[in-house]
Design a protein around this ligand. Structure first.
Ligand code: ADP
Ligand code: GN1
Ligand code: MG
Length: 367
């Protein structure tokens, strides 16, 4: 049990409509937020895998509202894909709890959900090929397209102001003023950088306020490892990690793709000379994303594609820095200074994007 973070996974599984005999469970994946387990069940002699997740309720304050979103979104996309014969592979599929709900609660008050394991796929933490960049961007573009006609009214905001960069900046300023771990001294350079770049923070919200870019249903966490690619063909199969699907701006999604899929370095790489925005990856992202979303994006959205990469990279860098200053309470860390290392790669990437922004703009014009 201890290897499963103290959770009795076998008995948690009994709360879901999973037939067969429990074999084993183990922590899985490299997400920063939830606790994810691969569960293996014996079903008539076949080993069948499931994804079981404990929703991080310190971060997602209303897991029931979150699961209502996930249920609505996955049901809607499944209906659209029903003719394809791949409805439970091309989108996440919830396994219902024994009482029919989309989640189950354990005696300790944790919220759990189970998904069908999407087999024969891989997720990548670091981009390797331009085809992967194209596929990932197309998948997130298609995802937005599928949700354009989602019935049932506005989705719940699972984390209010998630991509409100000015508010993220305020949170950073507060953490800096408090400096509860006396870490500000060790991040002097990064703090100066953040303050110098502050003026870009409000740009997308301003454009939205002026009516130049519309609110849409967006994924809001489009990092590369949140899409599963077919292990043989490399084709994008399934968009995952739907916790933050809610009203947002299309540019948040494209921006996070640029953040996670243009640099050949890991998010926590210590050798900053490896961090750079690679133009050929940006081009593949833009082509893949526009392939799916070109028909509904406005002129202003298209124009701000390069800028969105810079802004979202800045925003996530700011969040890593804030978490470092606050004592690492939000993102899972695996070593000392982990959040500061992550912040540094983000700010380096911001510089790299800035240095190439005109060229990126030119490229978008030509696509
Ligand atoms: P987090 O919110 O912590 O990032 P994710 O929902 O992204 O959690 O899941 C973590 C990892 O688990 C993913 O990066 C992916 O590798 C794997 N994963 C999640 N859902 C599935 C699924 N249905 N099938 C196969 N792998 C999955
Ligand atoms: C978190 O859950 P995961 O690891 O896919 C975070 C994102 C950050 C990302 C940085 C709910 O994503 O916003 O961009 O880490 N998710 C949440 O790697 O905060
Ligand atoms: Mg994830």
């Amino acid at each position: 049990m201890s290897s499963n973070k103290g959770h009795d996974i076998k008995s948690i599984c009994r709360n879901f409509q999973i037939s067969g005999d429990y074999i084993s469970a183990a922590p899985y994946g490299s997400g920063h937020i939830n606790d994810t387990f691969e569960v293996i069940i014996n079903q008539g002699g076949l080993k069948v895998r499931y994804i079981l997740q404990r929703i991080n309720h310190n971060i997602f304050k209303n897991p029931a509202a979150l699961m209502e979103n996930v249920d609505r979104v996955t049901t809607h996309i499944q209906k659209k894909l029903s003719a394809s014969g791949e409805a439970t592979r091309r989108t996440l599929s919830l396994i219902r709890a024994a009482d029919g709900k989309s989640y189950a609660k354990d005696p300790a008050g944790n919220f759990w959900r189970t998904y069908i394991f999407v087999e024969h796929t891989k997720s990548y933490n670091i981009i390797e090929t331009i085809e992967q960049a194209f596929q990932a961007a197309k998948a997130f573009g298609d995802f937005q397209k599928h949700l354009v006609d989602l019935p049932g009214g506005r989705l719940n905001e699972t984390i209010p102001d998630f991509h409100n960069t000015p508010k993220r900046f305020e949170a950073f300023e507060k953490a800096l003023a408090a400096d509860i771990c006396s870490r500000a001294k060790s991040a002097e350079k990064e703090i100066k950088f953040a303050i110098r770049k502050k003026e870009m923070a409000a740009t997308l919200l301003r454009l939205c306020g002026e009516g130049k870019i519309p609110e849409r249903i967006t994924h809001n966490d489009t990092k590369l490892n949140n899409v599963l690619l077919d292990e043989k063909t490399g084709e994008a199969v399934c968009v995952i990690d739907l916790d933050t699907v809610m009203p947002g701006l299309a540019l948040y999604d494209f921006g996070d793709l640029v953040r996670t899929s243009t640099s050949p370095a890991a998010e926590d790489e210590k050798d900053l000379s490896q961090v750079q925005m690679q133009m050929h990856m940006f081009e593949a992202l833009a082509r893949g994303y526009l392939d799916a979303s070109g028909e509904f994006l406005t002129k202003t959205e298209v124009e701000y594609l390069p800028f969105s990469g810079k802004l979202i990279t800045f925003e996530i860098g700011l969040r890593f820095l804030t978490d470092y200053l606050s004592g690492d309470t939000y993102f899972k860390i695996h070593r000392e200074g982990h959040n500061l290392d992550r912040c540094r790669t983000q700010f380096k990437l911001v510089e790299s994007i800035e240095a190439q922004e005109d060229e990126m703009q030119e490229l978008i014009k030509n696509i």
